[in-house]
Design a binder for this molecule. Structure first.
Ligand SMILES: NC(=O)c1ccc[n+]([C@@H]2O[C@H](COP(=O)([O-])OP(=O)(O)OC[C@H]3O[C@@H](n4cnc5c(N)ncnc54)[C@H](OP(=O)(O)O)[C@@H]3O)[C@@H](O)[C@H]2O)c1
Length: 236
């Protein structure tokens, strides 16, 4: 799918990977719908990106998801692409995982993307197709101590996503996964529980802009998975 003129909903558009994705998509001619909770950030972005549509949305609230879809359709008449990017980390050893924290992160990282996929299906079916990109994490492909609760939500998303790819193919809807590695965003400051290690990483974090490039590539090519790696850190 070409990016130009496409109507694209991006969740978690108020910072990091989501903000970089809407900027890049807008630059390439997409009509972007900005979804996140922080209205002030979305309003600022909407000024920066003329023609974009900010819709303050908590993606864990079904009525807000329904309103997001309604507003996108009212403004643009169609939905060509959905980027399920909103997410949060939970980085503690398993014995410290608080059930309520895990439930909240599961709702955000798994149930919300599922609800959004369900919500865009009718419009995409009517149009004869669409693209969905779910943002996973490299951590879901390894057993990394201290990160398993978060990683397991992304592992659940992987299976939902791969199954959605098989189930929606008959409707021309292509579902892809992008697996970012450590990326320089606010993610590491707003973990639901725990903290990202302050030890210097043996590699450079990725930029949100490089992840955004991969997300748009997934929409363009429809490839099933894009796994992002690291570049070695410069020697001291
Ligand atoms: N950064 C990394 O190292 C890394 C690595 C692998 C995967 N990822 C994944 O990449 C995705 C984007 O993360 P990021 O790194 O860009 O982090 P970020 O800068 O913290 O962005 C997270 C976004 O999610 C939104 N969000 C959180 N809760 C929400 C809710 N209930 N409803 C709607 N939006 C919500 C936040 O906006 P509001 O607060 O305004 O709602 C924010 O825009 C996440 O799924 C994350 O798991 C990140």
């Amino acid at each position: 799918m070409e990016i130009v003129d496409r109507v694209m909903i991006v969740t978690g558009a108020s910072s990091g990977i989501g903000a970089a994705t809407v900027r890049l998509a807008h630059q390439r001619g997409a009509r972007v719908v900005l979804a996140a909770r922080r209205a002030d950030r979305l309003e600022e972005l909407a000024v920066e990106l003329p023609g974009s549509l900010p819709v303050t949305t908590d993606v864990t609230q079904p009525e807000q998801v329904a309103r997001l879809i309604e507003q996108a359709l009212a403004a643009f008449g169609r939905i060509d692409a959905l980027v399920n990017n909103a997410g949060q980390g939970l980085h503690v050893p398993l014995e410290q995982v608080e059930p309520d924290a895990f439930r909240e992160v599961f709702e955000l990282n798994v149930l919300a993307p599922l609800a959004l996929m369900q919500a865009v299906l009718p419009a995409m079916r009517r149009q004869g197709g669409g693209a969905i990109v779910n943002i996973s994490s490299g951590t879901s492909r390894m057993a990394l101590p201290g990160v398993a609760a978060y990683a397991s939500t992304k592992a659940a998303l992987n299976l939902l996503s791969n199954t959605a790819r098989a189930e929606f193919a008959k409707d021309g809807i292509v579902v892809s996964l992008v697996y970012p590695s450590v990326t320089a965003t606010e993610f590491h400051q707003v973990l639901r529980q725990g903290a990202t290690s302050s030890r210097r990483l043996p590699f450079e974090p990725q930029t949100p802009e490089s992840v955004a490039e991969a997300i748009l590539r997934a929409i363009e090519t429809g490839e099933a998975e894009i796994v992002l790696g690291h570049t070695p850190a410069p020697a001291d």
